[in-house]
Design a protein around this ligand. Structure first.
Ligand code: C2E
Ligand code: MG
Ligand code: MG
Ligand code: MG
Length: 283
């Protein structure tokens, strides 16, 4: 496809750069089309309550089954969506689809509450109309606000903190919950953490990965769980793959967990079954 655009100059001097650009443009227009044609999918990874071992909710994770490139990883196209602004309509679609699905599953279970988490990128967060958009989606789908959780990374929160605080307050006013994703990898200031109306800390997978292996990581994880508790926040451990990690987190008093040990992110039909079948986990 490198021949499709431009002359030979770039091909001679900067072939790799041109390839990258062409690839990016192709991906961008494909992504736009995929969104318009309803080709994007959500997979769902269960969140398990470590006290009851029950599935209490899911995190929605976007998937792009590309007609020629196969399944594209979100880390390979979310940055493109962010750079082009496409993340805004795409993010709205994710929010709507995840809420619609949560309402459907909850109804099918006879009204068992189901918590749905949705990732929000910085480009969405920076928009003045984010709270309005979320309110509209809640109204459209009939999703109770307190069952929706928005996940944001520390980097989203720690720049321009005054404006962020206002934005968080607007979102919280809708009645939803807010989580800090990948907690521990960024630069959270403890002072801001206290001021921000955040409900949940999601402990980054990199800590969980080395639990029991590297003493410092074990100590840090324990500290994050305690920090959450003393600030009145829930803690969710990401990326549990082994029983030993689960046991250690339970011992520390971590409230919730996600990870391949319980389930990979799965397509909607499988996730629905997981929830409806009473969701027995191997914990
Ligand atoms: P994240 O929000 O931190 O999501 C967790 C990622 O870790 C997911 O990767 C999940 O599949 C993976 N994971 C979960 N359990 C395990 C485990 O036990 N072991 C390992 N090795 N990995 C595990 P995924 O689905 O590829 O998503 C990557 C990132 O892309 C997400 O990280 C999130 O930042 C972003 N993303 C995904 N969907 C969306 C979306 O709808 N909107 C936005 N803005 N970002 C999204
Ligand atoms: Mg997340
Ligand atoms: Mg995460
Ligand atoms: Mg992550």
């Amino acid at each position: 496809h490198a021949k499709a655009v431009g002359g030979g100059v770039f091909a001679t001097y900067r072939p790799r750069m041109r390839d990258g650009l062409v690839e990016r443009l192709e991906l961008e227009s494909d992504l736009r089309a995929a969104l318009e044609n309803g080709e994007l999918r959500l997979h769902y990874q269960p969140t398990v309550d470590l006290e009851t071992s029950q599935v209490v909710g899911f995190e929605a994770l976007i998937r792009w089954p590309h007609p020629t490139r196969g399944m594209i990883n979100p880390l390979d196209f979310i940055p493109i969506a962010e750079a082009t602004g496409l993340i805004v309509p795409l993010g709205r679609w994710v929010l709507h689809e995840a809420c619609r699905q949560a309402v459907e599953w909850s109804a099918a279970s006879g009204g068992r509450p189901l918590k749905m988490s949705v990732n929000v990128s910085v480009r969405q967060f920076d928009r003045a109309d984010l709270a309005e958009t979320v309110a509209a989606v809640l109204a459209e789908t009939g999703m109770p606000a307190d069952r929706l959780c928005l996940e944001m990374t520390e980097s989203v929160l720690m720049t321009d903190t005054e404006a962020n605080l206002e934005q968080l307050v607007r979102l919280k006013a809708l009645g939803l919950t807010l989580a800090i994703d990948d907690f521990g990898t960024g630069y959270s200031s403890l002072a801001y953490l206290r001021r921000f109306p955040v409900d949940t800390l999601k402990i980054d997978r990199s800590f969980v990965e080395r639990l029991g292996v590297i003493a410092d990581d074990t100590a840090l994880t324990d500290t994050i769980v305690r920090l959450g508790r003393s600030l009145g926040m829930a803690t969710v451990a990401e990326g549990i793959e082994e029983f030993g990690q689960l046991a250690a987190l339970r011992e520390m008093g971590c409230g919730f967990a996600q990870g391949y040990y319980f389930s990979r992110p799965v397509p909607a039909d499988e996730a629905g079954l997981l929830f409806l079948e009473g969701a027995h986990t191997p914990a």
